[in-house]
Design a protein around this ligand. Structure first.
Ligand SMILES: C[S@@+](CC[C@H](N)C(=O)[O-])C[C@H]1O[C@@H](n2cnc3c(N)ncnc32)[C@H](O)[C@@H]1O
Length: 212
């Protein structure tokens, strides 16, 4: 994905099954403008199970199509805070949240949200902003940053994208994108009927879980 400042200024296009950063007037499965696609439902359902295991207060980073958000809502939780930086997607998130009293939308980047003191402490975190710029070191690995309650469970998107395959990563092997120390990874089998540069490749997705 683009650097953050640029990305939030780019107009997005909302299609029936996906969101893209331009209106691709062609059906190629190889274009790299897809931000989120609903083929990722099974993965998101599993991420939601992980980050809600403790119940309590859940933080979600990156609303996208609201897929994981809707799965999170099916679990017994107290509150659900969602940080979303893109204005168009933040609008969608607010609309989605209208009848959900335990949801709070923060329109910002996760980096700013933390710096401005908008975050509290959480029992579970789902991190999927597609912006892996030092997130792990800044927000989640550094124990001095107090957003995790004891026992908080973090899960994050760990997809292998086409560009990584070009760099020598192997399909169905764990790319460990963020390489967060102390994270357990387990293989999650799913059937993907689409193939896009920017979405997970292969039938094995390495699900991530870190307990603080
Ligand atoms: C892959 S999508 C998330 C998909 C989501 N998990 C779902 O189930 O639909 C990534 C989202 O993160 C947002 N995003 C990107 N960088 C961000 C940042 N630094 N802070 C907050 N949100 C960000 C994007 O606008 C986009 O909505």
């Amino acid at each position: 994905m683009q650097n953050q400042k640029g990305f939030n200024d780019i107009p997005l296009f909302f299609h029936e099954n996906y969101i893209s950063i331009e209106n691709p007037n062609y059906s190629s499965q190889y274009h790299n403008t897809i931000i989120m696609h609903d083929c990722e439902h099974p993965i998101m359902e599993e991420h939601a199970k992980i980050c809600t295991k403790n119940g309590g207060d859940i933080l979600e980073v990156g609303f996208g199509m609201g897929i994981v958000a809707s799965y999170i809502q099916k679990h017994k939780i107290k509150s659900h805070t969602i940080i979303e930086s893109h204005p168009q997607i933040a609008d969608k998130a607010r609309e989605w949240a209208l009848n959900k009293p335990n949801v709070k939308i923060i329109e910002d980047t996760w980096q700013n949200a933390y710096d401005k003191g908008k975050l509290k402490t959480y029992d579970g975190i789902m991190f999927d902003p597609s912006d892996f710029s030092k997130a792990e070191e800044i927000l989640f690995i550094n124990p001095k940053i107090p957003i995790t309650k004891p026992g908080c469970i973090l899960t994050y998107y760990n997809g292998l994208i086409f560009d990584q395959i070009m760099q020598g990563y192997k399909i169905n092997e764990n790319p460990e994108n963020l390489k967060i120390p102390g994270t357990r990874y387990y293989p999650f089998k799913w059937k993907q009927n689409t193939l896009f540069h920017t979405l997970h490749q292969g039938e094995i997705y390495w699900m991530s879980e870190k307990i603080f």
